[in-house]
Design a protein around this ligand. Structure first.
Ligand SMILES: Cc1cc2nc3c(=O)[nH]c(=O)nc-3n(C[C@H](O)[C@H](O)[C@H](O)COP(=O)(O)OP(=O)(O)OC[C@H]3O[C@@H](n4cnc5c(N)ncnc54)[C@H](O)[C@@H]3O)c2cc1C
Length: 245
């Protein structure tokens, strides 16, 4: 069978499994607040450093990419990208990211813009019979932490080792333990982007009390060495080394 036949069958099967999650034994486990962001790719870069900003107008992220820079900012869930002209985008980014000491983002040529939805999602278990889920089919992390691709590759490494064992030795133990082995790492990787998203976004369903707590938490992270170290540790961790890979 050709690869594209297999992929098509797999995608169809996945849709069916997700829609009949109860019968297949898979459940969509958690979907944390959906926020939408405008994503723009710009030349030249504004900064060599990654910048996260929480502003009363909403979140902004200046990410680093070669050769340009990718910037995100939280938008209204009902927005359409057509209503965001380049001038309006720059004015919004300046309002959210420029700081009082005079530093400001560098303007440039926007060569791509679109609106992307952000959510956290985990399907558990990640297998049902002979069906194994890997990557975004099994779990989504908001790109606040740049972990989705690493996580997908890690799943594939674990699954590959299990399949090699099955086809070479007839071993089924690694396949049977695929979910158990991968999920621990998945949950650890979900933690950082979920936490950063919750701390830095303006969320409609939070009370003024919770919004004040967001700021208190952010002040803690930016003024305490211990808290900053914990952030870096969470950012770097890949959820531990897989015992199967
Ligand atoms: C805006 C944004 C920024 C991101 N930034 C980062 C980052 O900086 N770092 C990071 O690690 N991750 C990042 N991610 C996440 C990362 O892109 C994904 O987690 C990763 O691509 C998941 O890989 P995957 O193979 O599971 O799925 P995908 O990359 O989505 O691959 C699925 C493939 O299947 C194909 N396909 C779908 N349906 C069918 C079908 N019916 N038949 C045949 N083919 C089909 C699709 O065309 C696609 O090529 C970002 C995601 C977004 C949305």
């Amino acid at each position: 069978m050709r690869l594209h036949h297999w992929l098509r069958r797999l995608a169809g099967r996945l849709a069916a499994v997700h829609s009949r999650s109860g019968t297949a034994g898979l459940s969509a486990h958690l979907s944390v607040r959906l926020v939408r962001r405008i994503l723009v790719e710009v030349l030249p870069p504004s900064s060599d450093e990654l910048i996260y900003a929480r502003h009363d107008r909403g979140f902004a992220l200046i990410s680093t990419r070669s050769p340009g820079v990718r910037m995100y900012f939280q938008c209204d869930p009902k927005d359409s990208v057509d209503t965001w002209s380049d001038d309006r985008i720059w004015s919004e980014l300046h309002a959210r990211v420029d700081i009082a000491d005079g530093w400001q983002i560098t303007g440039g040529r926007i060569f791509q813009k679109n609106i992307v939805g952000m959510r956290s999602f985990v399907s558990t278990p990640m297998q049902s019979g002979k069906l194994f889920l890997a990557g975004d089919a099994a779990h989504i992390v908001p790109p606040t932490g740049a972990k989705g691709l690493n996580l997908a590759v890690s799943d594939v490494r674990v699954l590959n080792a299990a399949l090699v064992d099955f086809y070479k030795e007839g071993g089924t133990e690694k396949l049977a333990r695929y979910t158990e082995t991968t999920l621990k790492r998945v949950w650890r990787a979900e933690h950082f982007p979920w936490w950063m998203t919750r701390m830095l976004h303006k969320l409609d369903d939070t009370s003024p009390f919770e919004q004040r707590l967001q700021i208190a938490e952010l002040e803690h992270v930016t003024t305490s060495r211990a808290a900053a170290t914990a952030l870096v540790e969470l950012r770097r961790q890949r959820g531990g080394r897989s015992e199967l890979a």
